[in-house]
Ligand binder design. Structure first.
Ligand code: SF4
Length: 328
């Protein structure tokens, strides 16, 4: 039997190229080997976006369209919306009662986000409990593995601690201790060389048309020392070059030669990169348009995913309540 994994994305807006190379390409590979549960983490989105909830539902469908266009196969993987499986929240409630406050307060990402996020008030009870909901998301499906980046490791450790605590308290080996699936994924920077993020307005969105992609790439930062055409460039410090490496690796050597020997200017280099990227993304865009036109099909996929997720989640919750001698 295939081992199970759980992963999700918060529907806080349209997905961008960073999501494609940083998560979706990895998900597509994982579904060959694992029984994958991929969720639209709308409860998690609510924890930071509670002041403006109007676009959550639209983003949820839009994100799933991107997943499908990227190659997530509903025949192999279970796609669902977290809030449609109330068992997540019920298990979250149980785990909240047995999780010491100190475990949450020491979470490095919690402290970091409280310090750094200035645009919304995250000093809430819900946001503190974010990793407890994550533990419920993972353990309700008894996932064996969770694909995570290094920064998420403390959260996963907390999931393991909660699992151990439940099993010890109620003397039943019900929940597993899921392991990390640390995957080295390429990190794609935004148009301005900072982390690609909607809040920095430096993204290339998966829904952008070829025309918009061309305009955005034309505005990309390049090697700051290459000012005039005859100046030799340094591809290793140029963000445009890193896009070649990610999307058109077959041209890397040639671009390096153009750049270091000042054979072409940055404007032309960016134009060629935009053309290559648009060509590379063409099959994705075609599939995306197909799913975007057929929302009924997307809804059906999510309905089927919901049924499957519900059947697993309700069984686990029943087992948990039985272990606690709690009314089921
Ligand atoms: S020629 Fe291309 S790789 Fe070199 S600095 Fe300009 S944009 Fe970057």
């Amino acid at each position: 039997m295939k081992k199970r994994i759980l992963s999700g994305m918060r529907p806080t807006g349209g997905l961008h190229l960073g999501h494609l190379v940083g998560a979706l390409d990895n998900w597509v590979n994982l579904q060959k080997e694992y029984d994958c549960f991929f969720m639209v983490a709308d409860w998690h989105a609510l924890m930071s976006e509670y002041e403006n909830t109007t676009s959550l539902q639209e983003s949820a469908t839009d994100n799933v369209i991107d997943w499908l266009a990227a190659g997530i196969d509903p025949e192999k993987s279970t796609l669902f919306i977290q809030s449609q499986i109330p068992e997540h929240v019920e298990l979250y409630m149980i785990f909240s009662c047995l999780t010491p406050l100190g475990w949450l307060e020491r979470c490095p990402t919690y402290k970091e986000q409280l310090r750094e996020v200035k645009t919304r008030n995250l000093n809430t009870y819900g946001f503190l409990g974010y990793p407890v909901l994550q533990a419920a998301d993972i353990l309700i499906y008894k996932a064996d593995k969770v694909p995570v980046g290094e920064d998420q490791l403390p959260h996963l450790e907390l999931t393991r601690e909660i699992s151990r605590r439940f099993n010890t308290l109620y003397k039943k080996e019900l929940f597993p201790e899921p392991g990390a699936l640390l995957t080295q994924v390429p990190r794609l920077l935004g148009l301005d060389g900072r982390k690609m993020s909607k809040s920095y307005n430096n993204t290339i969105n998966l829904s952008d048309s070829p025309e918009v992609i061309k305009q955005k790439i034309a505005s990309m930062f390049t090697d700051p020392k290459r000012i005039k055409l005859p100046d030799p460039g340094h591809p290793e410090v140029c963000n445009v070059f890193s896009y070649y490496a990610s999307f058109i690796p077959e041209l890397k050597a040639e671009v390096s030669d153009w750049c270091t020997n000042a054979k072409i200017g940055c404007t032309e280099c960016k134009k060629k990169m935009a053309e290559g990227l648009i060509k590379k993304l063409a099959p994705f865009h075609e599939r995306r348009q197909g799913f975007a036109k057929d929302k009924k099909k997307v809804a059906k996929i999510l309905e089927q995913g919901k049924e499957k997720a519900l059947s697993v989640a309700s069984k686990t919750l029943k087992e948990a309540k039985e272990a606690m001698a709690f009314p089921a």
